[in-house]
Ligand binder design. Sequence first.
Ligand SMILES: Cc1ncc(COP(=O)(O)O)c(C=O)c1O
Length: 374
Amino acid sequence: MPKTFVNPIEISVNQSITKADMDTPFLAVDLDKMESNISQVVAGIEKFNLQWRPHCKGHKSPDVARKLTAAGAIGSTCAKLAEAEALARGGVTDLLIANLIVGDKKLKRLAALCQIANPVVCIDHIDQAEPMSAAMVAAGVQVRVIIEINIGLNRVGCGAEQTRTLAQQLSELPGLKFSGIMGYEGHLLTIADLDEKKTKIEAALKILSDVATELAEINLPCQIVSCGGTGSYMLSRMQPNITELQAGGAIFMDQFYQQQCGVEHLEKALTVYATIVGRPTENRAIIDAGKKTMHVEYEMAVVVGRDDIQVESLSAEHGTLKLSGEACQLAIGTRLEFVPGYADMTCVLHDYFYAFRGDNLEAIWELEARGMLQ
Ligand SMILES: Cc1ncc(COP(=O)(O)O)c(C=O)c1O
């Protein structure tokens, strides 16, 4: 059953759609700013002779992934097998699934994915690898595998000391192609002092670098040594032996990256437009966007170009604004533009990105992998 849309989805060459034509709330992308962010990231990564495999967990859109590969990314990093399948269907095929894949159903799908794409998946225990090997052999395919190492995030990942044995085991299993290692320095993004952040990222990524050297010595070279997020890649790119970076949210930027991760060089390309629907008091306004429209738990949203309006709180479908000065004159029906606190968790609340060049709608990108959690 096709969905019905409140906002227009047909763009005809003769008909120009502007922001004013759109009903609120809607998720807007400023194409000039996004393209500038992409160019900055590409240049910043190329400068260190690294490759860029941006994480798609925020945008979840094959359209966006294709735009990024056209701009220089080698493929995409994904959080879920289903995300990788959606991107592969959309024509992006060099896919790192930065996650552990377990269970017969998923292994069959992974084997099928290998027929149309070239995925690489993470392993941190032999018990994930053996069934994967059997499933790939049964399907007559080979899948690239990398070892995820715990570099301090204490999420997934084996210890560095277990990597050598695991790499040897992986290299001997049929149907698997040992291809390298990864680690994510996500626990170090919000260190305020730049020197301390740099030192700690260096120390964390040295774990990856040392393992890569050690594996090369036993004839198991790492084609892929992957790490890096938007809040760290400017420092991670300087570390030895790293081959590629995963920074993805950088294309949109947000308040969290700026306020808590110290990211200053990127523009806020993703915003939410909302309308004032209530004016209960002189200094309070209510908008038609709440927590189901934008994510503010890590960092509060801000109104673009207005320091006389503060987002005070969001409930499910209402937002409460505190007004001061001239903002106290704002009438019901006024539209405002918001930078969300965290772009990643805001995107997933929406079905579509509406991408504008200036005021004109240029593209609509579906978040096709939204809700694809398996
Ligand atoms: C494995 C992995 N890589 C990279 C990132 C960074 O993503 P982003 O650049 O979108 O912040 C994350 C964030 O959660 C992650 O889990």
